[in-house]
Structures are given as structure tokens and as C-alpha cells.
Ligand binder design. Structure first.
Ligand SMILES: [Zn+2]
Ligand SMILES: [Zn+2]
Length: 218
């Protein structure tokens, strides 16, 4: 059986989400996803981190013969929304870091910031080639640094009501730009797929699987 992962989704632990994690897991299984990550916002989980991990750990055990559930969190890097300094994430499987390309982000060096976390860290829904260009960074060197730090880059394939059915331009560009693909291959950085679901009825596992297949092929 082919493996298909989706490492980005939101449950009722995110203010912008609504779904019971169980319903989301069932939708992922029905859609043929084999590795499914729930990644609620850090400021949505707030002081309920222990409860969040406990609830998802119970579900991971319950569903282990049908799907691999990964427990993630999405970290905001905007002032006032970032987690407290020194917050620990070692019980989580990974974190997604967002808003690193915003003008008011607290992040000055993406790789240095990602290296602070005690779980694997990835960069969510960000045009990192555009970021390199804006910052005057050589993309190959930048992605090699990410790879050395064990970081990953997300191809965000969301297409839902919450995001007004917009598609990420950086993902479309990456799919047609062979030079970008060559740089990513050469750098050794890992690339992941996330639908960024907020409403289970909007979920499109075929989009997730198509991107998994594209990356596997690449
Ligand atoms: Zn996000
Ligand atoms: Zn998200």
C-alpha cells in the first residue's frame, strides 16, 4: 500500500477550527491517507497542551491499525501570538512554523528559529524561494541549512471555504519550475504536504494524494 501523508489540519482546539479530531481522522482514513497530522494553533491550544496531547494520544492508540496519527502544533511567529519563551514540545511529533515571511514576524533567521524547538520543525505555507530572493539569500545554501537542521518545507494544498478557495501560488510555481525542484533535490531538505483543513466537509484528500505522488516522483 502506498503511503500518503497530510501533516496540517485544525480541530476544535483552534479558534478557527470546529471539528472533533475523531471526525477528521475518519475523513482521512476514508480518503486513503496513511499518515495524518493534527496541527492546531499554539494560541488555540493555549494552556490546554497536556489535554490536547492526551486526547490525541488516546486516538492515536485507538486508530493505530487504520492510520498513523501524528501530533503536531502550528506555531505563530507574530508578536502576541508566539508561544512563551522556552515552551517545550518534545512530546509532539513535529511543529509547523507560520508567518515567517510577514513584515512583523519575530523571526530574523528561519533556520535558527526552527532549531530552537525540541521536536522536528517545518515551515508552513510560505514561498521560501520568494523569501530567499527578498532577503538576498542563495536558495541552495538556505535549503541546505534547513536540511542540516532537520527542518522541512510544507507544500500547502489547501482549497477550502476558510481560505476562500485560494490556491498557493508558490506551490503551483514549484510544480512547474524544474530549477526550483533541482535545488530542493540537491539540498536534501524534506518536503511535506498539508491540506490545512478547518472544516471536514471541505476536505479534499485527492489533492493531498496528488501532491504526495508528485513529490514521490520528483
Ligand atoms: Zn497557518
Ligand atoms: Zn493551519
Amino acid at each position: 500500500m502506498k503511503k500518503y501523508h497530510d501533516l496540517h489540519s485544525h480541530s476544535y482546539y483552534s479558534g478557527c477550527g470546529r471539528d472533533d479530531p475523531r471526525v477528521m481522522i475518519e475523513a482521512a482514513i476514508a480518503g486513503g491517507i496513511t499518515h495524518f497530522g493534527i496541527s492546531d494553533h499554539n494560541y488555540g491550544v493555549g494552556d490546554r497542551k497536556a489535554e490536547y496531547i492526551a486526547e490525541l494520544s488516546t486516538l492515536r492508540e485507538e486508530y493505530k491499525d487504520r492510520i498513523s496519527l501524528l501530533i503536531g502544533i502550528e506555531i505563530s511567529t507574530l508578536p502576541g501570538k508566539t508561544p512563551p519563551e522556552g515552551e517545550r514540545y518534545s512530546e509532539l511529533d513535529y511543529c509547523l512554523i507560520e508567518e515567517t515571511d510577514c513584515d512583523n514576524t519575530v523571526v530574523t533567521d528561519i533556520v535558527e528559529y526552527g532549531s530552537r524547538f525540541d521536536c522536528p520543525a517545518g515551515i508552513a505555507h510560505t514561498d521560501l524561494f520568494g523569501y530567499c530572493e527578498k532577503k538576498g539569500l542563495d536558495p541552495l545554501t538556505f535549503f541546505k541549512r534547513m536540511a542540516e537542521a532537520g527542518m522541512f518545507w510544507e507544500m500547502n494544498v489547501s482549497y477550502d471555504s476558510i481560505h476562500h478557495y485560494r490556491e498557493h501560488e508558490y506551490v503551483k510555481e514549484f510544480m512547474r519550475n524544474e530549477e526550483q525542484q533541482r535545488i530542493i533535490r540537491e539540498s536534501g531538505v524534506r518536503v511535506t504536504v498539508g491540506f490545512d483543513g478547518h472544516r471536514v466537509e471541505d476536505y479534499l484528500p485527492e489533492r493531498v494524494k496528488a501532491m504526495n505522488d508528485f513529490l514521490r516522483e520528483m
